[in-house]
Ligand binder design. Sequence first.
Ligand SMILES: *Cc1c(COP(=O)(O)O)cnc(C)c1O
Length: 433
Amino acid sequence: MKFATRAIRTGHQRTVEGEHCEPIFATSSFVFETAAEAAARFSGEQPGNIYSRFTNPTVRAFEQRLAALEGGESCVATASGMAAILATCMGLLQAGDRILAARSLFGSTSMLFDKYLARFGIATDYVPLSDLDAWAAAIRPETKLLFAETPSNPLTEMVAIRPLSEIAHAQGCLLAIDNCFCTPALQRPLEHGADLVIHSATKYLDGQGRCVGGAVIGDAKRVGEDVFGVVRTAGPSLSPFNAWLFLKGLETLQLRMQAHAASALVLARWLDEHPAVARVYYPGLPEHPQHDLIANGTANGAANGVANGAQIGAEAQRQTGAEARPGTSAEAQQQTGGGIIAFEVVSAHSSRAREAAWSVIDATQMLSITANLGDTKTTITHPATTTHGRLSPEARAAAGITEGLIRVAVGLEDVADIQVDLARGLESLLRSA
Ligand SMILES: *Cc1c(COP(=O)(O)O)cnc(C)c1O
């Protein structure tokens, strides 16, 4: 079945009631016909549900659907995206192992690595996301896991997954990709050589800002046994209510991601031309440094969607003249530029950049001032004082998070209304300059 069909049909095993919509199994435990059956379930001789910390049919439906979308053998759902990262590390690493991660990481992920996993003897080294030579050079004998988000938050820097996976495998390491920004509708890291995919389902998989959850996808041994073992034992399991919301979210994922990306491209092009904007970061713009990793950056391509990704990718390569050399970044891995844009406002004095960015944010009337993303509602954030506010000024500068930077997670409102809202503040900047 094709992607959109799997997103709607996979995972639901209709019960004797003949329900059309997936049921929510709101039950903590399951009963057995006999004592012998209970014993057989507990011993593992007989497959089946025991207790919802271990397995739950609604949660399993979500896991099967997401595994089918990412192209993985196994999926384990978790209570949050962070729980997915924790369970992955606990399931696959031990004291003395090292993680090698991209420097630009979700804030809580680097905090988990540096503050908590470090206490249990798992240290983390960091490299610049898109610098493949730096990744290769930084692998030590103890390094077991390479970890990256692509595109990065908020500057949308990308890493070529295929060559990174080759670097990892040459040294006996696993590659985990946090696919939160793209979702399998736009990027399927396992198809490009990654071993593990991590999700914060809180973002685009739900897509409507309703609940928190996460997932890990990969092979049956590592995910289906090792990561699952941590979740069922330590207990960061997903609630069946939240799993049901995610099931509903997945049904519209492809349509939503196409619409987010189509609007984002319109806005990125407009911002790129706007006199109050100094710089736009969006993978769909041709000047983006890793634009060649995008299969099709056009609005037309977004509308055509992922139905035939390989063909679109080949076409994009033909159009750009890029050759598909193995081990280089020429392999298109992301269908569109996605839904997240960052841009820097112009300010007469660099000391007033924060003031300028805040004034643009505060001038909006419709956009939600919140750090969340992946919602139908467009959100606007000042990374330097929110998501990246805990970094030292030097670390922030090194990461390229300037005081004039604004991140917009483009929602599904009419793009004209989003543009009008952003224009208010940008135009007042021009007037005050
Ligand atoms: C939000 C987010 C997470 C953490 O997910 P939660 O569901 O909030 O725990 C991890 N990675 C990225 C890229 C995120 O945006």
